[in-house]
Ligand binder design. Structure first.
Ligand code: 3HC
Length: 284
């Protein structure tokens, strides 16, 4: 096993804050890194709300909540995470940004540190190639909302070692998650299946087949999905959905993955879903 006690999470957004929360709840000390103090503040507030829900439901004691919060250390400098044995990166989905960050991490971290990325569809192999330790780089793809979703998709890059895979698989179990293994192809399994469904729901709206409410009701009531695809797109963020469709489209070169023009229009309008207060639905 990793002998893991210290971890770091890069990026305090929706996914990064959730990942920091589950790592801290399992007993690890977590440096939560973001360049923006405002983002760290918002991330810590999201963690506070989520933990309060677990306490209110009797799934966590007040003391466990306090201990979990105390294990999360917000940092704005990358050199403050140097002794972490595991780093999970959850910064925006831009390959150049991730490659630059991994190259920097490679210089900062000890030789045994495992570097995981929460990328939702980018190439693990390409991210790993920016380091001198591609055997220690792996995809660790959590689902939103991280504290409640059971799955972690573990993605092997071309050079990921069996030791790295085994260590991260064991950690995923320790977090109370179920790990599933996928190979490094665009969208892995989760987003290769989910995003075309969401994109098709946007096409159905674009072509006037039904209203957003009715499209979502079909999937909720007809297929027992917990949320309809348009409401789920709003939860994930329409910019993320578009970026993932573009990765599938570029990666496979197949027109079946072309992003719906309406999805692109919404993103251009700044209607990004819940986080911007408006997507396919309007949020108070
Ligand atoms: N923290 C803590 N608890 C939370 C929470 C959070 N952030 N969000 C929800 N919960 C808890 C609630 O308190 C509640 O607990 P209970 O069962 O003990 O009462 C439970 O989760 C259910 O929540 P709600 O009653 O508020 O609402 P729902 O029953 O609708 O559940 C949901 C909310 C869990 C989000 C559910 O609608 C759902 O599973 N939706 C689908 C989510 C999904 O598909 N996620 C994957 C997205 S794809 C992805 O992330 C990949 C990326 O690469 C794009």
């Amino acid at each position: 096993m990793l002998g893991l006690q210290k971890a770091a999470v890069l990026g305090a957004g929706q996914m990064g804050s959730g990942i920091a929360q589950v790592l801290a709840a399992s007993g690890l000390t977590v440096a939560l890194y973001d360049t923006e103090p405002g983002a760290l503040k918002r991330g810590l507030a999201v963690i506070g709300d989520s933990l309060a829900r677990f306490v209110a439901k009797g799934k966590m004691t007040e003391r466990e909540r306090e201990e979990t919060v105390a294990r999360i250390v917000p940092v704005t400098e990358l050199d403050r995470i140097g002794d972490a044995r595991l780093v999970v990166e959850a910064v925006p989905e831009r390959l150049a940004l991730k490659r630059q960050l991994f190259a920097e991490l490679d210089r900062q971290c000890g030789p045994d540190t495992i570097m995981a990325t929460n990328t939702s569809s980018l190439s693990i192999t390409a991210i790993a190639a920016s380091t001198r330790r591609p055997d220690k780089v792996i995809g660790m793809h959590f689902m939103n909302p991280v504290p409640v979703m059971a799955l972690v998709e573990l993605v092997r890059g071309l050079a990921t070692s069996d030791e790295t895979f085994a260590a991260v698989k064991e950690l995923a179990r320790k977090l109370g998650k179920t790990p599933v293994e996928a190979r490094d192809y665009p969208g892995f399994v989760s987003n290769r299946l989910l995003m075309p469904m969401i994109n098709e729901a946007v096409y159905a709206l674009y072509e006037g087949v039904a209203s957003p409410e009715d499209i979502d009701a079909v999937m909720r009531l007809g297929m027992n999905h917990p949320m309809g695809p348009l409401a789920l797109a709003d939860l994930i963020g329409l910019d993320s959905c578009l970026a993932i469709m573009e990765t599938l489209h570029d990666g496979f070169g197949d027109s079946k993955y072309r992003p719906c023009p309406l999805l692109r229009n919404y993103v251009q309008a700044g209607f990004l879903g819940r986080k911007s207060g408006r997507g396919f639905y309007v949020y108070a």
